[in-house]
Design a protein around this ligand. Sequence first.
Ligand code: BGC
Length: 370
Amino acid sequence: MKKLWKIVAFMFVSIVLVACGNTGGGTASSSTESGTGTAEGKTYNVGVAIYKFDDNFMTLYREELAAYFKKLGEETGNKYVLDIQDGKQDQATQTEQINNFINQKKDVILANLVDPTAAGAIINLAKAAEIPVVLINREPEVAELEIWPGKTTYVGADATQSGTFQGEMIAATSNKGDINGDGTVNYITLFGDPANVDAQQRTAFSVKALDDAGIKKEALAEPYLANWDTAKGQEVTAAALEQFGNKLEVVFANNDGMAVGAVTAIEAAGRKVNEDIYVVGVDAIPDAINLLEKGRLTGTVLNDHFNQSHTAADVAVKLMNGEDAEAYYWINYVKVTKPEEAELKPATAKTETTEAIKVRYAERDKALNN
Ligand code: BGC
């Protein structure tokens, strides 16, 4: 009898321990297995700072981020309250918005910085308030991610790869970009903005891919600053067409917005994309895919807002649960010369440490200078 009582007592203690284990993790999940019966999620406050709302790519990103957090909420029973702010391309405005996030004690901050060199100051502010930071889209200096390791991270795509893909698409055309057959590819570049790593790397690596393919190339002008903007892309391309005429064979646009503007200018000047000039962009925004479908754009590169935003949200959740994040999460770009290649499908991010990236970037810079 005594023995039976001992067994019953042991079983009771075990059940209590299991119940505590299920609820005691301190994280978000509901306590359905604890036997208490009520499944109640937690509320998380997420501050999202976008460099400016009026940007094609960041609009796709922002909308997908909100949709994905909503889905996560439905799946987990948690509530993710997103406060998404428009930085209006002004760092002072954005810093104020991030300060507000800190005063409001958000659980995490996702930041698409206006000026990536502000990352250090922002991370220091957040660190003092113990609010983890997920930087997105505009890559900071490696040193900034070393300020608060584990609690700050960058989720993005490696701009070098997108530039290389642009050059490779030109190299893969029937005449390797040399439309007028004079032995040299004469090109111009439409530049995003100087503080942006995506603009810098795409500019450098698009033409490096021509070098690597053994193609002779020559820039007709310094990169035209066009601020990622369609109207500006159109304006500078129109001016280049007037100045260089049929000499101009390739337009490398740092993004699709500017590429779409270039196509408008080219067609207005009575020229035909893919017949007497090539144009490549990056992002795979719907306008670009439309042109591609009609043979009015040579190619683009999918800047995968779908997987980038999902990864950023997943990493944010991890941080809100008190876990550490890796320094970098990378989503691959995808070469797009046919609309179906821009299809969005789930992908897993590759992680990288700050130590590894320093080695990789040193090698990359060396390759560029050779
Ligand atoms: C995109 C651009 C966008 C920029 C914003 C880049 O990755 O290609 O279209 O304007 O991000 O930072």
